[in-house]
Design a protein around this ligand. Structure first.
Ligand SMILES: NC(=O)c1ccc[n+]([C@@H]2O[C@H](COP(=O)([O-])OP(=O)(O)OC[C@H]3O[C@@H](n4cnc5c(N)ncnc54)[C@H](O)[C@@H]3O)[C@@H](O)[C@H]2O)c1
Length: 417
């Protein structure tokens, strides 16, 4: 059985490693000891997999000892690619992992990148590191592939089994080999891109397009509010047209949609292009936390004739049905309200702990809150039902904001959206 490695066992790496282990011997390497120890016990802190789905796998070794990478023929890198404080790509982790791979690279090996990067990054940044520290020559001794991941955590419908897999590689033979490997473990179609750059750019434009479309809806929401129009009523009407795109306004957080456009704008600026549209969209989306919090407070003050409020926020994660709170904009919104002297309780059964003065509660108090924000459209909140959520409000003056249009109920008459 051929031996492959997956480096980085997070939201992207773990499902890939588990899938590949159906047919190949897999070294699942992560430099986070805690993550490795938990995976050995069958525990996925990201809550994407159940214990038995991890523990009973025979062909996979979870390790933080890089010596286990010895003898692997293919290295899949699923390492984070965040942005720094200046919103420039931070490729330090992927460079670090690439350097590690170079120590174990042999003739004929293939290094496959699944991390999101800007067009050209694999060959401009990673290949020189591989060559320098392995002493081998690209496209003579070893090959590189780029295959972006398109999973959507928390989404049980669109997953690794049915999302078309884009692949690209630096030679015909390595492309055939990589496509064959993906085809052997996933049922979804495999689409061969013309080059690594094409595949890198495809991933970036997918997420940038989504970010921009949401920003358009956000800007439209602000205009509608001023015009005293309910944006949801407008979208319902507009979406009866066959080619109207079904995007909703909302907060864009997490580590993909709000981050990846900056990889594109970074590269664009490097080649002398000012990416005006993409940056405008980012600016609008980043401003929405402030807009929603100001608007919410304005309505609360109008209804309650006071300045300090008890507020319940339903949901703490950056999107629905997951436990990931990294770069969660609803937490930023909560922070603004805390700074404005509001008492804020977060309720989110997906999340155990919050940091920095943010309080998470096990159960909302009945008849207690001046305002409620339904911030994340978790299924559990939908199942809870609107009347239960309403039972947490103090009085008829209390305001409920359904930021993600979870409920269509006519009862919700004081809405941001
Ligand atoms: N999460 C998503 O929905 C998603 C979807 C598509 C693409 N992506 C992209 O995939 C990549 C990985 O994202 P993720 O969400 O899986 O990240 P993650 O943070 O969930 O997991 C990354 C893992 O890599 C490990 N790691 C970091 N540096 C390492 C190193 N030098 N060596 C070994 N392990 C290391 C971390 O400990 C962590 O367990 C990113 O480029 C991301 O943009 C993510």
């Amino acid at each position: 059985m051929e031996k492959f490695a997956v480096l980085g066992l997070g939201y992207v790496g773990l499902p890939l490693a588990l899938k590949l282990s159906m047919k190949y011997k897999i070294i699942g390497f992560d430099n986070n000891n805690n993550r490795v120890n938990n995976l050995r016990k069958g525990i996925d802190d990201n809550k994407e997999f159940k214990n038995k789905e991890i523990k009973n796998k025979k062909n996979i070794l979870f390790t933080n000892n890089h010596k286990n990478l010895k003898g692997c023929k293919i290295f899949f890198l699923t390492i984070p690619t965040p942005i720094d404080k200046k919103k420039n790509p931070d490729l330090s982790l992927i460079k670090q992992a690439t350097k590690l791979v170079s120590k174990y690279l042999k003739k004929g090996d293939i290094v496959v990148y699944e991390s999101t990067v800007y067009p050209g990054a694999t060959e401009e940044i990673c290949v020189p590191i591989l060559e320098k520290f392995s002493g081998l020559k690209y496209n003579r001794d070893f090959y590189c592939s780029y295959s972006p991941e398109r999973i959507n955590p928390g989404d049980k419908k669109n997953n690794i089994n049915n999302i078309t897999k884009l692949v690209s590689s630096s030679s015909k033979q390595s492309l055939n080999k990589i496509s064959k490997i993906y085809r052997s473990v996933i049922k979804a179609k495999v689409f061969e891109c013309k080059s690594l750059k094409v595949a890198e750019a495809a991933k970036i434009i997918e997420n940038t397009q989504r970010d921009l479309n949401i920003s358009l809806m956000n800007e439209f929401t602000i205009i509608c509010r001023k015009l005293n129009i309910n944006v949801n009523d407008v979208l319902e009407a507009a979406s009866t047209k066959w080619n109207f795109l079904n995007f909703k306004p909302g907060l864009v957080g997490g580590h993909c949609i709000g981050v990846d456009p900056y990889y594109l704008t970074y590269k664009a600026k490097k080649i002398g292009i000012n990416p005006k549209v993409v940056l405008a969209g980012r600016k609008v989306n980043d401003s929405m936390v402030k807009y929603f919090s100001n608007y919410f407070l304005k309505i609360l003050k109008k209804e309650n004739k006071k300045n300090s409020f008890s507020i319940l926020i339903l949901g703490a994660t950056f999107k629905e049905n997951i436990s990931d709170i990294r770069n969660s904009k609803i937490l930023d919104l909560g922070r603004i309200l805390v700074n404005k002297k509001c008492k804020v309780d977060f309720f989110d059964p997906h999340v155990k702990k919050l940091k920095n003065n943010l309080k998470i509660i096990k159960k909302p108090k009945k008849k207690y809150y001046d305002g409620i924000i339904i911030g994340v459209k978790h299924k559990i909140f939908k199942d809870m039902g609107f009347s239960k959520i309403k039972s947490f409000t103090k009085s008829n003056e209390s305001v409920i904001f359904d930021l993600q249009s979870l409920f269509k109920s006519k009862e919700i008459n004081k809405l941001v959206l």
